[in-house]
Design a binder for this molecule. Structure first.
Ligand SMILES: [Cu+2]
Length: 157
């Protein structure tokens, strides 16, 4: 092999090494950036679940003529409950009907929460659950539809 052939080979080798070094540098720089972004995401967005406690009452709207409109006048005192996903929810539910009426009400949410508390007149219950699924879910009294209902709103965080 001639001297000029050797120097040509050497030139190609140097070029190859330079390209390899650049590739390694770019790859490690990208990985560093990805790792840094992940760390920032954790710091900014990790949500610490809260306990959301509320007091919910039965009530009757005297303006609703049940015979005329064929709907019950019964309602919940709140028509929405808003929590974040992961929160521990504690609802103190009071049936305010006079005891002698024996008028039952329920606090019911179907799947995925599957909650059903049937409360007699003058009684109360604590309903405790974790808001594991985000979305909008109806809560209702199974005896007084369609008026006695509200929405549990679980925000995705
Ligand atoms: Cu009811």
């Amino acid at each position: 092999m001639s001297a000029s052939g050797n120097s040509k080979l050497m030139g190609i080798s140097v070029a190859a090494i330079a390209i390899a070094l650049v590739a390694i540098f770019v790859a490690s720089y990208s990985l560093t950036n990805i790792a840094t972004l992940d760390e920032n995401d954790d710091d900014d967005e990790r949500y610490v679940p809260q306990t959301r406690e509320m007091w919910l009452f039965t009530q009757v709207d005297e303006h609703i003529d049940e015979d005329k409109y064929s709907i019950p006048p019964d309602q919940f005192s709140h028509d929405s409950i808003v929590v974040n996903k992961g929160d521990n929810v504690k609802i103190h539910f009071y049936n305010l009907e006079p005891v002698e009426t024996q008028e039952h009400h329920t606090f019911t949410i179907t799947s995925p929460y599957d909650i059903n508390h049937d409360i007699n007149a003058g009684e109360e219950a604590s309903i405790v659950f974790t808001a594991t699924e985000s979305g909008i879910f109806d809560y209702l009294c199974t005896y007084h539809q369609p008026t006695m209902r509200g929405q549990l709103i679980v925000l995705d965080n």
